[in-house]
Design a protein around this ligand. Structure first.
Ligand code: AMP
Length: 354
């Protein structure tokens, strides 16, 4: 990295910080939460400001910053830095810009960018999660070893696009596109919970870890088309016979709560993954999500981690059945803004911004 966040932050007017993000994904919640905490807000968009925000005045950024393409953001670093911008990454932001460009982007960014190396590579992700003691779906290296239903995931595929289920080697051979890199995972049958945590290295109270504290703000289940409603037309077998294959494209998010007796496990998993991240790369900061399937043995299998705000937090703009026990009306977007405010007031911005 050729820029120095420390120096940039030193030059910032800390009383005039601007919370900025790309106008998509969870931006309404990020802007809304930042406004509630008294920050200025800036929405990065391609071309004209999206009209959508006119419909939601309380979540409209104070200012739009138009670029020709998201890949062009690195060319506007100086203009953005003049506005004392702190970038809030979300899934679409990182995807539109590309992992490498995002890592190299010369602007103060909320969270630890080093997490990207561990998260964007499925093999590294498995090393991290398994060494933290989490149970992942079994990985299968050789397709000839497929002896039970598996899900095949293409590297870098977004929103589950192109993923497919295979029940045996023959079916795998029929469906695989060998031109793309892929991984094979046991297909875990159970109920899906996408758990939204928030780790603060500067918090003094709450569910304490070796450094800071962990919160669990909410959870959701993704609504994925067409698999989630495929059974309206018949069994998957029947559908495949007429050439319709199940897909996993996310279209929305459904709020959910978990059996209360499983909550201690939720915290144990969150704790382990944060402690391991502190050891491996200095810690994953702020919001993150463990994507899990709970089996009928009440075992959590974690198939993925997202180390930033996920769109599954969007149903909870005015709080969730869990965040209500922390602070009324607390969204993840607002929690991010609070963290920045607290770190600023403690003179610890460098602890949460890279
Ligand atoms: P991912 O991109 O890894 O989040 O996967 C996309 C979707 O595929 C998930 O939201 C799940 O619905 C499904 N999925 C992923 N991995 C598994 C698994 N090992 N077993 C069952 N379903 C899975």
């Amino acid at each position: 990295m050729s820029f120095n966040v420390k120096d940039m932050l030193a030059g910032y007017d800390k009383d005039n910080l601007t919370i900025a993000t790309v106008c998509s994904h969870s931006s309404l919640q990020i802007f809304h939460g930042a406004r509630m905490e008294g920050f200025k807000t800036l929405g990065i968009c391609v071309g004209k400001p999206p009209r959508l925000y006119d419909a939601f005045p309380l979540a409209k950024p104070d200012e739009f910053f138009a670029v020709d393409s998201y890949k062009d953001i690195p060319n506007h670093v100086e203009e953005l830095a003049k506005r004392n911008v702190i970038l809030i990454p979300h899934g679409s932001f990182v995807e539109y810009l590309g992992t490498k460009q995002f890592e190299a982007l010369g602007l103060p960014t909320f969270g630890n960018r080093k997490v990207l190396e561990w998260e964007s590579d499925r093999k590294a992700e498995r090393v991290w999660l398994e060494s933290a003691g989490l149970t992942m779906p079994e990985g299968i290296n050789d397709p000839r070893d497929i002896t039970k239903p598996v899900i095949v995931k293409y590297q870098g595929a977004k929103g589950g696009r192109g993923f497919f289920i295979a029940k045996n080697y023959h079916e795998f051979q029929r469906k695989i596109n060998h031109e793309q890199e892929y991984t094979i995972q046991e297909f875990v049958l159970g109920t899906r919970y996408y758990i939204h945590y928030f780790y603060s290295p500067i918090a003094q109270e709450g569910y304490k870890l070796s450094k800071g504290a962990l919160q669990m703000l909410s959870m959701d289940r993704r609504d994925e088309t067409n698999i989630d409603e495929a059974n309206r037309l018949g069994s998957i077998k029947e559908l495949e016979e007429v050439g319709i294959t199940p897909t996993f494209v996310v279209t929305g998010n459904i709020p959910i709560v978990l059996r209360e007796s499983l909550l201690p496990k939720v915290f144990e998993m969150g704790e382990r993954v944060v402690e391991k991240s502190l050891e491996l790369f200095g810690g994953m900061l702020g919001p993150f999500c463990l994507e899990t399937v709970v089996t009928d043995q009440l075992e959590f299998k974690v198939f993925e981690i997202s180390a930033r705000i996920v769109a599954g937090t969007n149903p909870y703009i005015n709080g969730s059945p869990y965040s209500e026990f922390i602070e009324p009306g607390l969204s993840t977007g607002r929690r991010i803004a609070q963290e920045i405010k607290r770190a600023r007031d403690l003179g610890k911005l460098e602890d949460i911004i890279t």
